[in-house]
Design a binder for this molecule. Structure first.
Ligand SMILES: Nc1ncnc2c1ncn2[C@@H]1O[C@H](COP(=O)(O)OP(=O)(O)OP(=O)(O)O)[C@@H](O)[C@H]1O
Ligand SMILES: O=C(O)c1ccc[n+]([C@@H]2O[C@H](COP(=O)([O-])O)[C@@H](O)[C@H]2O)c1
Length: 193
């Protein structure tokens, strides 16, 4: 059996401690061997946001996970058509890494929208999905499907939107993001008006 890898897709604009706690928990408290964070240049449902360039977001993820050998970041979607459709990336990853077993990691907040994703039925039937509850979101009927497993991960109720808002209004982002990420955001002046 090949290694079992969890895939956490996101804009990571920027990566924050909520993403990191979740990714590390999945990589160490489940049957997954690793978690790969996949930076999406352009999410289909997030057009026109205050999005940093993909290389800047990738750089912040690299800094954040440096030294953690269970986490890896991928730029596979950078060279694929935009917006980034998860089914296409899954096909590409299976082509590139035939020996690996992939599991999609999804917050419960993503489930109500999942039926509208490209290839939704294929995503659900061809993949195992580990779903983690998010606060304020009711369980979706999708979470009762075979292949979908609910994992009670410890969660922080922070979002990239909140981190950007703090930076814009001159508030501290200490501990909301790792120190190396905070330093880079402040040094370059991302989201400063
Ligand atoms: N605090 C959190 N804890 C666990 N998972 C999270 C958290 N925030 C986001 N996620 C999940 O991580 C994935 C990538 O998230 P994304 O990059 O869109 O971050 P976000 O914080 O939700 O961004 P934004 O606030 O800009 O919408 C999504 O599946 C999302 O559900
Ligand atoms: O494939 C799709 O149709 C699809 C629709 C919405 C979102 N996604 C992916 O889900 C990830 C999280 O999306 P978002 O909008 O919550 O940042 C991101 O990697 C998107 O590319 C994918």
């Amino acid at each position: 059996m090949g290694r079992k890898v969890g895939l956490l897709f996101g804009s990571f604009n920027p990566i924050h401690t909520g993403h990191l706690i979740l990714a590390n928990f999945m990589a160490t408290h489940t049957d997954l061997d690793e978690v790969w964070l996949i930076v999406s240049p352009q999410s289909p449902f997030k057009v026109g946001q205050e999005l940093l360039g993909e290389n800047e977001r990738l750089d912040l993820v690299q800094r954040a996970i440096s030294g953690n050998n269970r986490l890896r970041v991928l730029d596979v979607e950078f060279t694929m058509p935009k917006p980034s459709f998860t089914i296409d990336t899954l096909d590409e990853l299976r082509r590139r890494h035939p020996g690996y077993r992939f599991v999609l990691l999804m917050g419960e907040d993503n489930l109500p929208g999942l039926p509208h994703w490209k290839g939704a039925e294929r995503i659900l039937t061809e993949n195992e999905i580990y779903v983690y509850p998010r606060s304020g979101v009711d369980a979706s009927e999708v979470s009762t499907r075979p292949g979908v497993r609910v994992v009670e991960a410890p969660l922080l109720d922070i979002s990239a939107t909140f981190v950007r808002e703090c930076v814009r209004t001159g508030k501290s982002i200490r501990y909301l993001v790792p120190e190396v990420v905070e330093q880079q955001i402040l040094a370059v002046g991302y989201w400063k008006v």
